[in-house]
Structures are given as structure tokens and as C-alpha cells.
Design a protein around this ligand. Sequence first.
Ligand SMILES: [Zn+2]
Ligand SMILES: [Zn+2]
Length: 241
Amino acid sequence: MLKFIGVGSAFNTRLGNNSAFIKEGQEMLLIDCGGTVFHDVQQLDLLQGIHKLKIMITHTHPDHIGSLGEVIFYCYYILKIKVEVFYPNEALIKSYLRIIGVTEDMYVLDGNCEVDFELNGLGLIHAQWVQQVHVDTMPAYGFILNTEEQRLYYSGDSSQIPDKVIEELENGELDVIYQDSCGLDYEGNVHLYLYKLADKIQPQYRKQVYCMHLDQHIKMDEIRGLGFNVVEREPVPNRIE
Ligand SMILES: [Zn+2]
Ligand SMILES: [Zn+2]
């Protein structure tokens, strides 16, 4: 159900910063808004005709919020709409936005751990944030998103996958997982090494798991060889990959 603007890790800018979206008519849900995202959103013309934009922010690393200010400014000044930002630590995101000149009258913030909202054509959506294990310098979250069609898990950046998520996948409650996956394994890794993911997910469930936030070391044929899926970016005409 999710489409992707970028699928790369912070330094793998060739694939764009990892960011997903659902666009239905004049309404859009955007997941993360890293440094390369506003540029790609403009290239894809995604904000054309948008009347309602909701943005879920998983954490405050630059490859996840680097162009959030530009998107809010563009919506406020050009589209004349206020972005609705979902992030479960209000004080942190408010202070970041204040520092970059985004004032509180330009956006609406929802800091709840569970939220319900409607999106054109998709009906009522329930989102529940899940605390992640990423870095010591900031909180990081993933979420479970429940629509009338699908229940999905989105990891954000995380070095682990919660047992509860795997249980839900195995007992048929979860339809799809989007998981931060990387190609290097080392002590203190803040992302999830592909083969650690493979240790956790039985082969019969791997088709439901989409690897994302790809670093320069991960290989597409290795991901697919293990039976996982991999997310793909929306194509932009004339972009050199
Ligand atoms: Zn990241
Ligand atoms: Zn991160």
C-alpha cells in the first residue's frame, strides 16, 4: 500500500532518504521528510492539488526530518494549508521546528501515542507508535498502521524487530512489514543487519517483509535470494539512478 519517495540510508543519497507516502485524491500521508525528500516531492509533483497533508515523523535524524521545514513552509505559504505532524514527543519536535523558523501557527501537532485519522478513500486509519532501539541521542519510533484493508508495521530506523511484531506476522494479524535493513554487521550497529532479520523471520513469511533504508553494502539479489521483498522508489523522469 505504501509508495516510496526514497529508499536509501542516510549516506546512500543515490537512493534518496527513506520516505514513504499514501496519496489519495487531494489528501496525502507522508512518512518522514529527510533532507532529499522535499526536492523529490517536487520532482514527483506530489503536492499538486493537495488539500490535506499529514506527516508521521519516526525520529529526528536529518535523513528523516531534514526538509520538514521546507514542506511546512511550502504548504503554509503556497498551498495555504497547515500540515498535520504526528510525532510522540511534542517538546522535541516543537523545539526543532522553532529553531528553523517554523512557528506553531504554521502546523498542527499531534503528540499522542495512538491516533485515529481519516484519509480520502481509505476510511478510518488507526496508528500506534512503537518505541524502537536505534541511538542513545534521541527517541526513535516505528508504528503499526491499521486501515480497513491492511495492517502494516513500519520500523523507522531500528536495530531490532519486536517479538510482538513477529508474533503478529506469524499468526496472520499483520499483512506486511517494512523493515530498516542493512548490509554491514558490526558491534553497536544502529540498523538491522539483513542476516539478523533472516534469523528472526521464518522463510514462509519473508514475502510479507519489505526491506527499506538500504545502505551501500546491501545487495538486492541477496535480499531477494533470502525470500524478502525490497521497496522501490517512485520513478522520476530523467533521474539517473
Ligand atoms: Zn535513517
Ligand atoms: Zn536514524
